[in-house]
Ligand binder design. Structure first.
Ligand SMILES: Nc1ncnc2c1ncn2[C@@H]1O[C@H](COP(=O)(O)OP(=O)(O)O)[C@@H](O)[C@H]1O
Ligand SMILES: [Mg+2]
Length: 311
């Protein structure tokens, strides 16, 4: 390893369960390899093992060989299945071994639960839809407290628009609540009618909006997610205020890389719908991968070990 390499250290791209056959993961893996060569490792979480030996934290590969923790890591972790006993445990281990995470643990955790992130965003004074949730009480009891009609219902752990729907009124919601999965709480959220079937996705990397596109539902449905058949229009610069808001949202949550969904309001303003720590993008969004590499470079430089001065 050259002096330059030992000064800048290694970078890992960590790929969590379900994301190893993914186009974005492959694009990032290629780019990391081109930029960092021998200094980078693209690693799936299933290939890593953790240990403690004589009080020292250990990181092992599949053959039981000890690995040095990277100086910097960017982890792609799918949100719905993200587990404190697996992926977060790995991130804690890395942080304890000195790794700088592009998306720190607290930021990732805030994004795992749709209500956590609203707590943080609202506390920072950023605009979010009025929302209620419940704890141990059944959803019916939350409905009984009163809901806006119609109202948007979301699982705190959903993604890709899979667990988001519009309930016309409290009666309808009471009717279906027994049929809903009860493994996670739900949010009852004000319906932003002006944004029905559309939203604005801003990908933010280190305080910069690097991809901006509006999404439109293919049919009359509420959810504009591309995974639900929605279509998109690339529109950087068309909504500068929204881009600013997305940058603020990523900053408040502490994310180096964020996908921020914004809802359109009639007065030209926006509400933050959700912030994703795990971001995907289409091939046209050519600025995202270079921006993530730059984010890694910045952290490498910040954490570079000072080299001894030549005598
Ligand atoms: N309060 C709301 N009012 C109007 N539309 C909404 C609202 N919340 C969500 N949507 C629509 O549903 C989509 C999915 O909601 P979101 O909270 O982003 O969940 P997911 O994690 O499943 O993408 C949004 O992109 C938006 O099109
Ligand atoms: Mg979304």
């Amino acid at each position: 390893m050259s002096a330059q390499d030992s000064a800048t250290g290694s970078v890992w791209l960590i790929i969590g369960p379900g994301l190893d056959q993914n186009r974005v993961s492959a694009e990032l893996a290629d780019a990391f390899e081109v930029r960092y060569g021998q200094r980078c490792r693209v690693v799936n979480t299933r290939e890593l093992f953790l240990g403690i030996s004589a009080g020292r934290l250990l990181l092992l590969d599949q053959r039981g060989r000890e690995l040095s923790a990277p100086r910097v890591a960017y982890a792609r972790l799918s949100t719905p299945g993200l587990s404190t006993d697996r992926e977060i445990m790995l991130l804690r281990h890395l942080e304890a071994m000195g790794t700088v995470l592009v998306n720190p643990i607290s930021a990732v955790l805030s994004c795992v639960n749709k209500f956590w992130q609203l707590q943080d965003l609202a506390a920072a004074g950023l605009p979010v839809p009025d929302t209620r949730t419940h704890l141990d009480a059944p959803l019916g009891q939350l409905v009984a407290l009163g809901v806006s009609e119609p109202c948007v219902v979301k699982s705190v752990r959903g993604h890709r628009g899979n667990q988001v729907f519009l309930a016309s009124d409290a009666e309808m919601l009471c009717g279906v609540q027994g049929s809903l999965r009860s493994d996670f709480p739900y949010l009852l959220q004000d319906y932003v009618a002006f944004s029905h079937g559309r939203d604005l996705r801003v990908v933010v990397v280190d305080g910069e909006a690097v991809a901006v596109q509006s999404h439109q539902a293919a049919d009359g449905r509420l959810t504009s997610n591309l995974a639900q058949g929605g279509d998109f229009t690339v529109c950087p610069g068309r909504y500068p205020h929204a881009e600013e808001l997305a940058i603020r949202a990523a900053q408040v949550l502490g994310l180096g890389v964020a996908g921020v969904d914004l809802l359109f309001c009639p007065d030209g303003q926006f509400l933050i719908c959700e912030v994703n720590a795990n971001v995907s993008w289409k091939t046209h969004a050519v600025a995202v991968t270079p921006a993530i590499l730059t984010a890694c470079d910045r952290r490498l430089q910040r954490t570079a070990v000072p080299q001894p001065l030549p005598i």
